[in-house]
Ligand binder design. Structure first.
Ligand code: AVI
Length: 327
């Protein structure tokens, strides 16, 4: 049994289907066409992402796991500063496979904290809930399902303890650079002076290694992208013929942007909730950016959003960085 377990959902979740439909139609009416990658994560998308994380080419999870398994003490000592009680809030917690090591270490060290995972996927949060029940039965946990900032505000209403926010897995890379910057400014506004953030960044490296991580030969990443079209068919009465779209991945080592697209293989008309959208042969739908960072890029983001970098921890290959920012 979990010690304290409360599950909060935001109101928005009730209207999420309308929002999904609006965002899809709006994105497909733009030039170039665009779908938001936050919608990848339905039940099937969650499970495909689990498969991606287990692929030999997808080094990100293993690198960050290396940090969380082998540098746990270093991470924990910064979080446990002064031994004051705190809320450990994880944005986009997923199945918390990396933070699990940290949570176990903090518990063993008698840290006084509540774990507050935030995710938009209720499905993955129930997987997480089960996992924590089995692995750390005496953990204090408050589950927050919904939008990051709404849930962060909710966390502030529930507790006034100092906050340590985890934003791992290079999730920050799934935002365009300007959005990442706006996101960090907004994050800073939701924190008090002295709170800390731990952000995971995938670093710029050999372009081939990066491209391979998103262009696997088994086509799991392709299936992950195409699943969004299937999700639109399932949930929004769409009629995409998924076989008529092909995944295309590109990495630009200068900007560090690794982008995925779906290419229309023929001229076709798709109907979504009775709205028709035309796709020309070879027209692309821009799906996702997975931005890669240099140390200077990371620092620029910290400074421009009012944070001070206090420590950066890398994996043994130096491919991934988890960096502590002080608000
Ligand atoms: C969740 N996010 C950090 C992943 C990434 O690496 O950008 C999502 C992903 N897309 C394709 N493969 C993995």
């Amino acid at each position: 049994q979990l010690n304290i377990e409360t599950i909060y959902k935001n109101k928005e979740a009730e209207h999420s289907n309308d929002q999904f439909l609006n965002d899809v139609i709006d994105g497909l009416q733009q030039e170039p066409k665009h779908l938001q990658s936050k919608y990848f994560y339905d039940k099937r998308g969650d499970s495909l992402f689990q498969e991606i994380m287990a692929m030999p080419e997808y080094y990100l999870t293993r690198c960050e796991m290396d940090i969380f398994k082998n540098k746990t003490q270093e991470l924990a000592s910064i979080l446990m500063e002064n031994n004051t009680p705190f809320d450990l809030i994880e944005l986009g917690a997923g199945d918390a496979s990396k933070s699990l090591h940290l949570l176990q270490f903090l518990k063993k060290s008698n840290a006084d904290f509540t774990y507050m995972p935030i995710d938009i996927s209720g499905n993955i949060l129930s997987v997480l809930d089960q996992k924590l029940k089995t692995n750390i039965p005496d953990l204090d946990i408050t589950i927050l399902e919904g939008d990051y900032f709404e849930m962060l505000k909710k966390a502030s209403r529930l507790s006034s303890r100092r906050k340590a926010v985890l934003f791992l897995g290079s999730n920050i890379g799934n935002m365009e650079f300007e959005h990442a910057s706006d996101f960090c400014v907004e994050l800073r506004k939701n924190l008090n002076k002295g709170d800390i953030v731990l952000v995971g960044f995938d670093l710029k490296k050999d372009p081939k290694i990066i491209l391979n991580a998103y262009n696997d030969p088994k086509g799991i990443t392709a299936a992950f992208n195409l699943n969004l079209l299937e999700r639109i068919n399932r949930e929004l009465q769409g009629n995409f013929d998924v076989k008529q779209f092909e995944h295309f991945q590109n990495y630009d080592p200068l900007s560090g942007a690794c982008r995925s697209y779906l290419v229309s293989l023929e001229n076709q008309k798709v109907t979504i909730d009775s709205q028709a959208i035309d796709f020309a042969k070879d027209e692309v739908v821009y799906m996702e950016v997975s931005q890669k960072f240099s140390t200077a890029d990371m620092e620029e983001l910290a400074v421009s959003s009012g944070f001070q970098t206090i420590n950066t921890i890398q994996d043994s290959k130096e491919w991934f960085a988890d960096t502590f920012w002080l608000a």
